[in-house]
Design a protein around this ligand. Structure first.
Ligand code: ZN
Length: 139
């Protein structure tokens, strides 16, 4: 007789001050990008200071959510027991229409991933606090 697998809670991100606005956007089903108000460079992940001009004056802009797969990795070994029955899965880098790149998961079989695959932002409500960015293939 086999023992039932113990239940592990899903590992979720810690939402800190520098990233709170980004997570709040996901909650509203909006993909935001941080933008330096001085040099207008767009940043992902969000930073407290602009790495280009060192300005602390940062704002937020809503992204179209439309982009193309730029790169990806296939995760085959779970980094946490919660992922044990989820592998293999892909983590993608998407180049957004606006030019910045963002990392996320994707709702696409790994064998169908290809360079330049058109995708759009999707949003997965995990609990009352966290909504995750999850790309899907654009139709
Ligand atoms: Zn700047």
């Amino acid at each position: 007789m086999t023992q039932p697998m113990p239940q592990f809670p899903r590992p979720l991100p810690q939402i800190d001050r520098d990233h709170a606005e980004w997570w709040a956007g996901l909650r509203r089903q909006e993909l935001l990008v941080q933008e330096c108000l001085r040099c207008r460079k767009q940043l992902f992940p969000p930073e407290p200071l602009c790495p280009h001009c060192h300005s602390p004056e940062m704002g937020w802009r809503r992204s179209s959510g439309i982009g193309k797969v730029y790169s990806w990795v296939i995760v085959r070994r779970p980094s946490h027991p919660w992922f044990a029955d989820k592998v293999p899965y892909a983590v993608v880098v998407v180049e957004m229409q606006e030019g910045f790149r963002v990392v996320g998961s994707i709702d696409c079989p790994i064998e169908k991933l290809r360079d330049g695959l058109p995708v759009e932002a999707g949003f997965e409500d995990v609990d009352e606090r966290v909504t995750l960015l999850r790309f899907r293939v654009a139709v």
